[in-house]
Design a protein around this ligand. Structure first.
Ligand SMILES: NC(=O)c1ccc[n+]([C@@H]2O[C@H](COP(=O)([O-])OP(=O)(O)OC[C@H]3O[C@@H](n4cnc5c(N)ncnc54)[C@H](O)[C@@H]3O)[C@@H](O)[C@H]2O)c1
Length: 319
């Protein structure tokens, strides 16, 4: 199979691409290194079946030309702006990097008659739901961040393209995904900051924010299983675990993994129940639809988080 991956230098993509290459697929990756890392991509560049293209996905002409030339069997659309602070500061950032980029991907696929898209959405599309754990058919969906608004808009574009142009789609609404090659997120930030200064840690909010953390290996297993098994024109699933992990637990487990005595670290909380405006502080996603399809994650949120902390500490120690 020929597979095109957007956001190819990012966290999830650099865990996905080795799997695709092991399957014998020919993989075409695109990234502009906004958050993606050259060091994560470097080992993949040596593979003869991997072809990397560095450009901004806002360039519709270039993207359409590449997709027309390659004619991939499927697109894994993983590109987005993962930096929430950027998205809040520059109000058109998610509109461009999420929504318009998704339009460009779909439009290029339509022109080249590419018929399958796998999309990384987020549980953030539900906003602050009154039903928890939140099922896929919960409504109304009222996002509270520009990032989540963009994800919801992307889902709408994908379902409209599916209906009008027979592009079969798999939409996965993730919990928090963690593991090797992080580019952002609480584990990434804590480990980097403590490596820089092991005596001080600033925590956004009051540390009680709690979410389901999914290891990237489980995330990719789930996406691949969902793609192979769910055959509707539009397939949409929460991809999460049933337990939650709090920021305070992540803090304690990070101290332990880095060999730090909590007494030696001054912890400062910025306060308030959420990390930042637009942060959904308490997330529980209903996972029964994926379970009914036949898939459950191997690791709990606690196991995923502890493993990802270990992996991040080891990876950053090598830098
Ligand atoms: N990691 C999570 O916890 C999580 C949770 C929910 C949803 N998601 C979604 O999963 C996808 C992958 O997430 P990730 O954690 O790997 O993020 P990431 O930021 O590591 O990867 C996204 C990649 O897209 C690239 N990119 C951004 N804008 C671009 C543009 N205009 N042109 C070309 N490349 C561009 C970035 O450089 C980056 O390498 C994203 O869509 C994200 O919104 C992730």
């Amino acid at each position: 199979m020929k597979i095109l991956v957007t956001g190819a230098a990012g966290f999830i993509a650099t865990n996905l691409i080795p799997r695709l290459l092991r399957n014998g697929d020919e993989v075409f990756g695109i990234d502009n290194f906004f958050l993606g890392k050259r060091e994560y991509l470097a080992p993949l560049l040596e593979h003869p079946q991997f072809h990397f293209h560095e450009f901004d996905l806002l360039d519709l002409d270039r993207l359409a030309a590449l997709i027309a030339e390659v004619k991939p069997d499927r697109v894994w659309h993983l590109c987005a702006n993962s930096d929430i602070s950027y998205g809040t500061k520059y109000t058109d950032f998610d509109l461009k990097g999420g929504t318009l980029v998704t339009y460009n991907v779909l439009e290029s696929m339509r022109r080249a008659e590419v018929k399958e898209i796998i999309f990384s959405s987020s549980g953030a599309v539900y906003g602050e739901p009154t039903v928890m754990p939140t099922p896929e058919d919960y409504g109304p969906m009222l996002p509270i961040s520009l990032y989540a608004a963009s994800k919801l808009a992307c889902e709408g574009l994908i379902t409209a393209y599916a209906h009008n142009y027979d592009i079969r789609s798999w939409i996965f609404r993730f919990g928090n995904i963690v593991g090797p090659n992080p580019t952002h997120g609480v584990i990434h930030d804590f480990v980097l900051r403590l490596k820089d200064d092991p005596t001080y840690l600033k925590i956004l909010g009051d540390g009680t924010q709690a979410k389901p953390y999914v290891h990237v290996e489980d995330c990719l297993d789930g996406m691949m299983f969902g793609h192979a098994t769910a055959r509707a024109m539009v397939n949409y699933y929460n991809l999460a675990v049933t337990d939650q992990t709090s920021v305070n637990e992540i803090k304690e487990w990070t101290f332990a993994a880095m060999g730090l005595d909590p007494k030696d670290v001054k912890v400062e909380y910025t306060g308030g129940s959420r990390g930042w405006r637009g942060d959904v502080a308490q997330v529980k996603l209903d996972t029964r639809k994926m379970t009914a399809l036949g898939w459950t994650p191997k690791m709990s949120s606690a196991e995923s988080t502890k493993r990802a902390i270990r992996e991040t500490v080891e990876q950053f120690a090598r830098r």
